[in-house]
Write a protein that binds this ligand. Structure first.
Ligand SMILES: C[S@@+](CC[C@H](N)C(=O)[O-])C[C@H]1O[C@@H](n2cnc3c(N)ncnc32)[C@H](O)[C@@H]1O
Ligand code: SF4
Length: 380
C-alpha cells in the first residue's frame, strides 16, 4: 500500500529538495521491454499501453551487454553499494539476463527483480545466489489473476514461488525476500480478503504476511503481500503534461503517458476503502500512515502530503535503447544514451541539472500518481 511518505512535508520538504546534492543510489534497468503477458491494466502492454503502438521490430531490440557492463562499471565505481532494479517487460526475457546479474554481483550491487514470475523455474539456484528481493506480480485469487494475466498463470507462478521457497528452506537462506504485488484494478479490487486466504491456502506451510512498510520486520514471514493502487492519469492531465514538457523543457514526449490514461475508473472506492480497513484490522496493521484510497482514485490533485519528488537526485533509468531518463515510467526528458555518453557526463550534465532545477520549483503534471512521489525522501 502507498504511504504518506515520511516525516518531511510542506516547507521542510521544499527546503530539503532545494539543498539536495546529486548522489546516485539506484539504477532502474529496462534492458528489454519484451513481455510474454498482456495484463489488461498494464501501462506498457495493456489495453491502453504504448508497446503495442510501437513497431514490434523496435520493441525486440535489446541492450548490448558489453556497452551496458561498461556503463555499470562506471556507476558502481562511484557507489560501491548501488541498488539496481531490473524490470521490463519481463526482465528474464532479456537475452543477457544471467550475464548482467553476474556482472552486477561482481560489482557488489544489490539486485531487486520485478517479475511476472513465469520464468523462475530453471533459474531457482541462480536467483538464490544473486538476488536480494523478488517482487512477483499476482493479481488476486486464481480466477481474478488468470482473467488479467492469462489462464493457468496463477498456478504456474505459485509453483515457481514454491520452488524458490523450498530451496531457501533447504539452504537455510534469508534471501531473496519474496514479495507478492497485487495491483488494485477494476477487475480485482473486491477480492483482497479472499486473496490473502487463497495465498494462505495455497502456501499452507508458509507465513504469508500483509506488508506494512512502517513495520516490515515486525512479524516472521516467508511471503509478504503488497497491495498497490493503479497508477493512472486523466486525459486532461496527460495532455497538460505533454504541453508542459514542450513549453517549459522543449521536450517532445513519447506516447508513454497515454498508457496511464483512464477516462474513468469503474470502482466503488468507498467500498474498497471499507474492505481495506477491515483487512488491515484483521491483519493487525496500523493503517494511519497509509494514503486514503478513495481520495487516491477520485482526487487526482491530491498528492497526500508529499509535494516534491527527490528521485532525479538519486536515481537514473536506462531503457532498452540505451536512452537514459530521470523518470521511471516516462521515457521523455532524455539525459543521453549509454552507447555515446558516459555516466558522469549524463549525471552531472546540463540536461540533468536543468531537469533538477525545474523540479525544485515545479511538479510535472504526471507526478501525482507516480510511485516515486510515495517514496520516503529521507530513505531514498
Ligand atoms: C511493468 S511490470 C514489469 C515487471 C513484470 N512484468 C511484472 O508484471 O511484475 C512492474 C509492475 O508494474 C505493475 N503495473 C503495470 N501497469 C501498472 C499500472 N498502470 N498501475 C500500477 N501498476 C502497474 C505490474 O503489475 C508490476 O507489478
Ligand atoms: S507481465 Fe508485467 S510488463 Fe508484462 S504485461 Fe503484465 S504487468 Fe505488463
Amino acid at each position: 500500500m502507498l504511504t504518506k511518505a515520511g516525516k518531511l512535508g510542506g516547507v521542510a520538504l521544499e527546503e530539503h529538495v532545494k539543498n539536495l546534492v546529486p548522489e546516485i543510489k539506484q539504477l532502474t534497468l529496462f534492458p528489454s521491454e519484451l513481455c510474454n503477458y498482456r495484463c489488461n491494466f498494464c501501462h506498457i502492454w495493456g489495453d491502453t499501453g504504448w508497446a503495442l503502438k510501437e513497431p514490434q521490430r523496435a520493441i525486440r531490440e535489446q541492450l548490448d551487454i558489453d556497452v551496458l557492463k561498461k556503463f555499470l562499471d562506471d556507476v558502481t565505481a562511484v557507489n560501491k553499494n548501488l541498488g539496481v532494479i531490473i524490470t521490463g517487460g519481463e526482465p528474464m526475457l532479456y537475452k543477457h539476463f544471467t550475464e548482467l546479474v553476474e556482472h552486477l554481483r561482481k560489482r557488489k550491487a544489490n539486485i531487486y527483480l520485478l517479475t511476472n514470475g513465469s520464468l523462475i523455474k530453471n533459474r531457482v539456484e541462480f536467483i538464490m545466489q544473486n538476488i536480494v528481493a523478488m517482487n512477483i506480480s499476482i493479481d488476486g485469487p486464481e480466477e481474478f489473476h488468470d482473467a488479467i494475466r492469462g489462464k493457468g498463470s496463477f498456478q504456474k507462478i505459485c509453483e515457481n514461488i514454491e520452488a524458490l521457497m523450498e530451496e531457501k528452506k533447504r539452504r537455510k537462506k534469508m534471501f531473496p525476500f519474496i514479495n507478492i504485488t497485487m495491483v488494485l484494478s477494476p477487475s480485482n479490487y473486491l477480492s483482497i480478503k479472499q486473496f490473502m486466504s487463497a495465498l494462505r491456502e495455497r502456501f499452507k506451510d508458509a507465513d504469508v504476511v500483509l506488508h506494512d512498510p512502517r513495520n516490515p520486520w515486525s512479524r516472521r514471514r516467508d511471503l509478504s503481500v503488497n497491495l498497490a493502487p493503479l497508477l493512472f492519469t486523466t486525459p486532461e492531465r496527460g495532455r497538460a503534461y505533454a504541453a508542459q514538457m514542450k513549453h517549459d523543457l522543449d521536450c517532445e514526449v513519447s506516447p508513454a503517458w497515454q498508457g496511464f490514461v483512464e477516462d474513468s475508473i469503474p470502482m466503488d472506492t468507498q467500498l474498497l476503502k471499507k474492505e481495506l480497513e477491515e483487512l488491515w484490522a484483521m491483519e493487525g496493521i496500523d493503517s494511519s500512515h497509509y494514503i486514503d484510497i478513495h481520495d487516491y482514485y477520485t482526487d487526482i490533485e491530491n498528492v497526500f502530503g508529499r509535494s516534491k519528488c527527490v528521485a532525479p537526485w538519486h536515481e537514473m533509468i536506462i531503457r532498452r535503447t540505451g536512452d537514459v531518463y530521470p523518470c521511471v515510467d516516462l521515457p521523455d526528458f532524455k539525459y543521453g544514451n549509454i552507447y555515446e555518453d558516459s555516466f558522469a557526463d549524463m549525471w552531472e550534465g546540463e540536461r540533468a541539472t536543468q531537469f533538477r532545477d525545474y523540479l525544485k520549483n515545479t511538479n510535472l503534471m504526471m507526478c501525482n500518481r507516480c510511485t516515486r512521489m510515495f517514496a520516503d525522501p529521507e530513505s531514498f
